[in-house]
Design a protein around this ligand. Structure first.
Ligand code: ADP
Length: 492
């Protein structure tokens, strides 16, 4: 009974634990789903904008200077009569030379243009700009009017004109501009974009400004600094907590109902235990008196009424039921006091006790054993197991069948088998019949009385003895085997 109460408590605790775990999972899931991380832009201060635009302007100036330096170095090399085509500056489409002595521009490198630059058209000069038939000096930028731009460097006698390709220039600038992209020290982000580039890294910029340079127009886009903020979707959050609460309540109710059911079951077992206790003494007295009556009659030479024998047997059966109920309600898995005994004699007594009742049902009984069988065990518990197994054989094997009890020592174990050639246990029921209160379908159908405790108690007793009770397959009928290691010594 204690064991049943313990498992009852465990079941209640498991229900509570499971419902708590489920509630926590629901609450946490709700919380996580409802949680949103937002990136909220924060307006930059005036100083910040100025800083960012200044940074952009400096970047353009740096690129312009680098570009012009590279172009000028190439132009001077051409003027000096070298041909630095291998190290041509990216973005340059074609290079022409204008000589004071020649009317037409002379092509030097790159593509030949259908309309080569005609210096006579241009009036824009930087230092002292000179027309083709005069001396050519200084350097500067020219706008050809059709979207082309050109860089010119003259040395008095001649000038080199480098016509730039707007698309190639944009490509170079884009590559350079990418170097200038990054996180601002003030928390925002900024990017230089070449005129053609339209894609932006993260949606629309918060601010954009156009800036003109030697390469064309630039756009400086600026994104505000962003702040990460956590927001919760209330319906989801509340839903998660409500679901968790409902699960907790349901779990609590279930555990409460379970506890009640276990308590009632425990009370019933306790009641059965008390009744069995009350029955035990009068039953023992009745059996004693029946035995005395049979002995008296035998001593006086009188014949004993067969009815007395039947009464004695029924008392025996009742006593077995009472004993089983008492053992069951006492609880399982107790430690037993083991002692070294020769089991042959005590088990022989138990087996012989069944000879007469079996014979009355026209059943035969064979008892095979060695001369001695020493083992450290509790003979009473072994006897109880044999009583239960033989009682089942008597109940279920049917009239005319043969019951065999065999005791042997096999490979360091005591092996005790009780077999019959009755209908046996149907396939698929072999495990079930060892559970408490479980009775085979046919037993109840055929009206054989029983409590469904015999096999459960026997298996539990076998465990207490350090052994095990199992069903072994047999050609016919049922065969149960108890095995106990001979070397097993257990102190109680
Ligand atoms: P009970 O005999 O009180 O029903 P047991 O736990 O001793 O309880 O047995 C459980 C069930 O196992 C029985 O109801 C019966 O169906 C089946 N059983 C046990 N022993 C035998 C056997 N020798 N032959 C056939 N069926 C058996």
């Amino acid at each position: 009974m204690m064991g049943a109460m313990m498992s009852g408590r465990l079941a209640v605790a498991a229900t509570l634990g499971l419902s708590c775990a489920l509630a926590v999972v629901l609450a946490v899931t709700g919380w996580r789903i409802s949680r949103q991380q937002l990136r909220v832009p924060v307006a930059g201060s005036e100083g910040w904008w100025e800083e960012e635009f200044g940074r952009g302007a400096r970047q353009v100036a740096r690129l312009e200077a680098l570009w012009e330096e590279a172009l000028d170095a190439r132009a001077q090399a051409f003027l000096a009569g070298e041909d630095p085509r291998d190290g041509s500056v990216a973005g340059v489409r074609s290079v022409y030379r204008l000589d004071s002595s020649k009317k037409e521009p002379q092509w030097l490198a790159g593509e030949t243009l259908t309309s080569p630059p005609l210096l006579g058209k241009y009036a824009e000069t930087e230092d002292a700009w000179v027309f083709p038939d005069q001396a050519l000096v200084g350097s500067g930028w020219m706008d050809e009017g059709d979207g082309r731009r050109a860089y010119v460097r003259g040395n008095g006698a001649a000038a080199v004109v480098m016509v730039l390709d707007p698309e190639r220039t944009a490509k170079v600038v884009r590559r350079e501009a990418r170097l200038g992209r990054g996180e601002s020290e003030l928390g925002g982000s900024w990017q230089w974009l070449a005129p053609q580039e339209s894609a932006t890294p993260r949606g629309d910029a918060d601010e954009s400004i156009r800036q003109l340079s030697s390469f064309g127009a630039w756009t400086l886009r600026i994104w505000n600094p962003v702040e990460r903020q956590i927001r919760y979707q209330l319906p989801l959050l509340i839903g998660g907590f409500v679901a968790a609460g409902v699960v907790m309540l349901a779990g609590g109710w279930l555990a409460w109902a379970q506890a009640g059911a276990w308590k009632r079951a425990a009370e019933q077992v306790s009641f059965a235990n008390q009744v069995s206790h009350e029955l035990r003494t009068p039953l023992t007295n009745l059996m004693l008196n029946a035995d005395l009556a049979i002995d008296d009659a035998a001593r006086g030479g009188r014949s004993v009424s067969p009815r007395l024998g039947v009464m004695r047997e029924e008392m025996e059966r009742l006593s077995r039921i009472v004993e089983n109920v008492l053992i069951f309600s006492r609880g399982r898995h107790r430690t037993r006091q083991l002692r070294e005994v020769d089991l042959v004699a005590p088990l022989g007594e138990v087996v012989e006790g069944f000879r007469f009742p079996l014979a009355r049902k026209d059943m035969s009984l064979s008892w095979e054993r060695p001369d001695t069988c020493h083992v450290a065990t509790d003979p009473e518990a072994v006897g109880r197991i044999v009583v239960n197994l033989l009682s089942n054989a008597e109940k279920y094997a049917g009239a005319g069948s043969a019951v065999r009890v065999r005791l042997a020592q096999v490979q360091g174990r005591l092996r005790l088998e009780v077999a019959d050639d009755g209908p046996g246990i149907p396939a698929g029921q072999e495990r079930r019949v060892f559970r408490p209160f479980v009775r085979g379908g046919s037993s109840t159908r055929e009206g054989v009385s029983g409590t469904g405790l015999g096999l459960a108690i026997s298996r539990s007793l076998a465990g207490e003895l350090g052994g095990r009770l199992m069903m072994v397959s047999a050609a016919r009928g049922a065969c149960f085997r108890l095995e106990i290691p001979l070397a097993e010594r257990r102190a109680g």
